[in-house]
Design a protein around this ligand. Structure first.
Ligand code: EUG
Length: 603
């Protein structure tokens, strides 16, 4: 395996990897690149993709003005070959996991603000020149669009590059305040350095932005895994350039200091406004507070279940355990196909065909793995002191033993390279990279998440599962469901892995997404989050009472952003200026754009 250039470490770059993971990152990169068959970049159709309704001369004049404001080095044209890179060296020029063409979701330029004041300056500039801007924190929203703007030719605001300070860690209050460029890796390492007895909460991959993930309502796996629920206070630049603090931060502290209660009490007084700045395009969050967790004892475990048909019963067993808070965290329930996948071995290792892995073959291979011949694998973690964990585990074991043939494993029962050891780290707030191994499944692999929510109830979960089984088979993709199960709802996440060098696979992946969204909505289920390209379709499934919610969002959008400059189309919310002009990606437009089409309407 050829050795690639070393990925950046945290000491070299804010978005790098901690040195404790440098060797792992290098190996992961080398392995991934060993399956790459396409060139790093393809020739571009456009030199600079201009914003809509803009001439090159007007654009150049606007960029010159922006350079005056920020300094020439902090405004960079997107005119070089596009390079997909990989997780730790990801591009801020386009969606590295392109579904349509590499060049379709592409920016015209990137601006690097160094402060909240710079962000205000950029927003005022965007209003003056009516150029759409698209803020990213770190751009690692992988599977949901990465760092790409929805409107081609937007100017991406890469907040993280220069705004990556941990502004405060308050050990007494167990909270912190961060800027957009602080990754889970960076926050974790800082807490270790200060030897504080505190945990952070990390998602499956640790390179993302703490602030960005929470704004997108992402999920982690300690008892404080609901990232938005555990935030406290924001500083936001509105689309007109005005600066706002939410929560107790709205009350000025003594002598110009931050309010002492800003990270202590979330809602403060009056309407709770924080929510409208999540998954929206109503403001740019430049600072955000978070609660931290106190370190505690923890024990991860794995339970396997023998039959595919055990699925509804597993969901029924989990519900009361989760509602009573006997389960310590948001556990994951995975199909056994993922036990093959998380080994990091390519699909070709298991199967020579190109169709989805046949069920009997998954079964045969699983029987050779530590999990054995099973169908579902549950990963849980319990917290507290040893005696408490023991009593929780005995209750959990006896409850799950209702399901015939279920087997219980501790990490010590499993080999050192088994996935459970990485799960145990994530579930105790240690950010890692292991989940990158998924992408070895196919050459040039890219992925899309399909992320519906169902009640934690057998009848509902079965409907969504059956739709996934049927449609993944119809479009020829392996089904990799990961269910993050809480007491009343579960995030049923499937990871659609496709070869980004194949237009046929892209078209099928897009068509699969479209039909999944439509089929689940017809049964009454909706997504909690989606890739940029499917945002219009998903937003329109939330249509109760003649699209009342969308009309409400549009009212807010038009009031806050009359010129329509901030992230037009993000989460399906279009400013007045774009509405009904052909920007909405509905019907089969996404798959039709693959292979030379464009997602932007003809001007
Ligand atoms: C995962 C979980 C998510 C998500 C994307 C991926 C897990 C992958 C709970 O939300 O949005 C293993």
């Amino acid at each position: 395996m050829s050795k690639q250039a070393p990925p950046p470490t945290l000491t070299e770059k804010y978005s790098g990897v901690p040195s404790r993971l440098a060797a792992i990152a290098q190996a992961a990169k080398d392995q991934l690149y060993s399956h790459k068959t396409v060139a790093d970049s393809t020739p571009r159709r456009h030199n600079v993709r201009l914003p809509p309704d803009t001439t090159r001369a007007a654009f150049d004049e606007a960029i010159a003005a922006l350079r005056q404001h920020l300094g020439a080095d902090n405004v960079v044209l997107n005119d070089k070959p596009l390079v997909d890179g990989w997780y730790l060296e990801h591009p801020n020029t386009h969606d590295a996991f392109h579904v349509v063409d590499q060049e379709d979701l592409v920016s015209s330029a990137v601006a690097y603000p160094g402060s909240t004041a710079d962000v205000q300056t950029i927003v005022k500039w965007a209003n003056e020149y009516t150029i759409p801007i698209y803020p990213i924190s770190m751009g690692r929203n992988v599977g949901y669009g990465g760092s790409a703007p929805r409107v081609p030719g937007s100017v991406v605001l890469d907040l993280g590059k220069r705004m990556n300070k941990i502004l405060n860690i308050d050990a007494e209050n167990a909270s912190c305040v961060v800027e957009p460029g602080v990754s889970y890796f960076a926050l974790y390492e800082e807490i270790q350095k200060r030897k504080l007895p505190l945990w952070i909460d990390t998602p499956d991959l640790g390179g993302g932005s703490v602030l960005g993930n929470a704004i997108d309502r992402g999920v982690g796996y300690t008892p404080m895994g609901d990232h938005f629920a555990n935030h406290c206070g924001m500083e936001v630049v509105l689309p007109n350039g005005e600066l706002l603090r939410t929560g107790m931060g709205a009350l000025p502290g003594k002598n110009g200091t931050d309010n002492p209660t800003w990270q202590s009490f979330q809602p403060a007084y009056g309407p709770y406004s924080d929510g409208i700045f999540s998954q929206s395009n109503f403001g740019i969050v430049c600072q955000m507070g978070f609660f931290l967790m106190h370190e505690t004892g923890h024990q991860s475990y794995m339970i396997t279940f023998p039959r595919d048909e055990d699925f509804p019963e597993i969901v029924e067993v989990i519900r009361p355990l989760a509602q009573k808070h006997i389960l310590g965290n948001i556990p994951q329930l995975r199909h056994v196909a993922q036990e093959l996948n998380v080994t990091g071995l390519p699909k070709s290792h298991w199967y020579s065909g190109s169709s989805p892995l046949p069920r009997d073959l998954i079964r045969k291979h699983a029987s050779q793995l530590p999990c054995g011949d099973c169908s579902w694998v549950f990963y849980g973690t319990q917290y507290g002191d040893a005696a408490s964990i023991d009593s929780q585990l005995s209750m959990i074991k006896s409850t799950f033993s209702r399901i015939k043939g279920s087997k219980f494993f501790l990490p010590s029962d499993l080999p050192p390279d088994h996935y459970i050891h990485s799960r145990a780290l994530v579930c105790s707030g240690v950010p890692v990279l292991r989940e990158l191994d998924w992408l070895n499944w196919k050459p040039n692999a890219a992925h899309l998440f399909f992320s519906p929510i169902t009640p934690t109830r057998a009848s509902d979960a079965q409907v969504v599962h059956d739709i996934n089984v049927h449609l993944h088979a119809k479009y020829g993709f392996d089904l990799f469901p990961t269910l993050c199960v809480a007491g009343r709802e579960m995030h049923y996440i499937t990871n659609i892995i496709y070869d980004r060098s194949s237009n046929d696979e892209k078209r099928r992946a897009a068509a699969l997404m479209r039909e999944l969204i439509a089929a689940t909505a017809k049964e009454g289920y909706g997504e909690y989050r989606t890739h940029l390209l499917f945002a219009d379709q998903v937003a329109r499934t939330y249509s109760w009472n003649n699209n009342a919610l969308m009309r409400f969002n549009e009212t807010i959008k038009d009031a806050l952003d009359p010129n329509g400059i901030l992230a037009p189309g993000r989460n399906g919310i279009w400013p007045k200026k774009y509405r009904g002009k052909g920007w909405e990606l509905l019907g089969d437009r996404v798959e039709k754009a693959v292979g030379g089409g464009t997602i932007a309407p003809k001007l």
